[in-house]
Write a protein that binds this ligand. Sequence first.
Ligand SMILES: Oc1cc(-c2ccc(F)cc2)cc2cncnc12
Ligand SMILES: [Mg+2]
Length: 214
Amino acid sequence: TGSTRPERILAAVQRKATKGDARSVVNTIDQYCRYQEWAMNVGDEKGAILDSIVCEVKPSVMLELGTYCGYSTVRIASMLPPNARLLTLEFNPAYAAVARQVIAWAGVEDKVVLIEGPSGDWIPKMKEEFGVTSFDLVFLDHWKDRYLPDTKLMEECGLLRTGSILLADNVICPGTPEYLEYVRGSPRYESKYFRSHLEYTRVEDGLEKSVFLG
Ligand SMILES: Oc1cc(-c2ccc(F)cc2)cc2cncnc12
Ligand SMILES: [Mg+2]
């Protein structure tokens, strides 16, 4: 049986990226996915927008929904101070297995808690299992039809506080119409669209940044 795309991405990282150098891991994955085979990482163009928002927010506790190979996990963790925590949720065990190794290769494992399983099951347990009070920043990058239910679940579980920020990938491609309608129409959010492109392509996509107003 042949290798999977995530396994080939991991092989490229272990062959070409400098161990312990997070930026080198990020650059290696971007190079591989732009010139060898496309993969659904947030990528370099949207990644720069993600970086700017992480830098602005300086989150102490952050949640990522959808780890995949750990590209954005490493990108975010490399920007966090030592005492900050990034919790990242991945449903697919094969993706999680690759992500753990990419995160370790980058040397950011001390800032990252990778959790395997469905977001709908784990979000209600965040407080009791991980001692989370609320999230300063949430990066939504998992199944598009989970963006809205998971956002409502975080509200109900008291995981968002006044000023918490949601940053959603793929709001144009593949698209998350119900989620966009909700955050743009709700008086409880102040929303802004950052226009960009689908990773490694010229197709339009973008990130939606929504501040929870409480
Ligand atoms: O960034 C992404 C892109 C795509 C995707 C796939 C196929 C296609 F044709 C266009 C876009 C799917 C994703 C699923 N989860 C998280 N992020 C994703
Ligand atoms: Mg995405």
